[in-house]
Design a protein around this ligand. Structure first.
Ligand code: ZN
Length: 86
C-alpha cells in the first residue's frame, strides 16, 4: 500500500530516487551503496581459509591405515619383458 517502497530518498535533497540509481537525479549527490565490499572480502577470505585447512588435512601424513588411502602408492612400473631370442 506504500508506493514509496520501490524508491529511495536522497539523504541530501529528500527527493525520491530510483533504487538502482548511483547518483541522485535531482542534486547529483552520490548515494550510499547497500552492500559494502567488506562482506565480499570476508567471504572470499573465509573460503580461502577453508581451502587451506582442507589442503592441510589432505597432505597430513596418516599414521593409521583406517582412513581412505591418501598416501600415493608408488608402484614400480613393470619391466618390459624381452622377447625370447629365437
Ligand atoms: Zn538528491
Amino acid at each position: 500500500m506504500s508506493p514509496q517502497d520501490s524508491t529511495k530518498k536522497c539523504h541530501r535533497c529528500l527527493q525520491p530516487v530510483p533504487p538502482r540509481a548511483r547518483r541522485c537525479p535531482h542534486c547529483g549527490d552520490m548515494l550510499k551503496r547497500e552492500l559494502p565490499n567488506v562482506s565480499i572480502f570476508l567471504g572470499v577470505l573465509g573460503i580461502i581459509v577453508l581451502i587451506g585447512i582442507g589442503l592441510l588435512l589432505y597432505f597430513l601424513p596418516a599414521d593409521d591405515d583406517s582412513g581412505p588411502s591418501n598416501t600415493p602408492q608408488q608402484q614400480s612400473a613393470p619391466a618390459p619383458k624381452k622377447p625370447p631370442l629365437n
